[in-house]
Design a protein. Structure first.
Length: 117
DNA sequence: TATGTGACATCAA
DNA sequence: CTTGATGCCACAT
């Protein structure tokens, strides 16, 4: 059971682990995951990891949106609105490819997984 | 070793 | 609202 500090596992694997920790009906941002992994503002790495997540089954990539709650990665899913439907099926409100009440559904690993809050 | 790439974030105009 | 520029860094070739 490797830790996030373990460099023997790839950055991708860390991203997948975090994404899989996202609770049902919640969303988070690429930047938040990047910060949680200690990569700072390298949110691109997270997005890129998601691109490779197609090979993984247990990665709910649809729960990862950009800082504005925009479903930027929807084009990478099958169909045109699969990502939106997945989120809506979890109770997340979507309008114009954007999460409504983002603050309500937002799940930040830095906050939620931190004990010394 | 060097270069290209990317589902972002942030700021400036 | 939009466009453009810049930083960021793991990974593929």
């Amino acid at each position: 059971m490797p830790t996030y500090s373990d460099k023997s596992i790839s950055f991708f694997q860390k991203v997948y682990e975090v994404v899989k920790l996202i609770p049902y009906g919640r969303v988070t941002s690429y930047g938040a995951i990047a910060r949680y992994l200690g990569s700072g503002g390298s949110a691109r790495m997270v997005g890129w990891a998601m691109n490779a997540s197609h090979n993984r089954d247990d990665v709910p990539a649809h729960r990862v949106v950009n800082r504005s709650g925009l479903l930027t990665g929807k084009h990478h899913f099958q169909g045109t609105n699969l990502m939106q439907q997945l989120l809506e099926s979890e109770g997340v409100e979507i309008a114009n490819d954007q999460v409504q009440n983002l603050d309500k559904y937002y799940w930040d690993p830095n906050t939620e997984l931190s004990n010394d809050f």
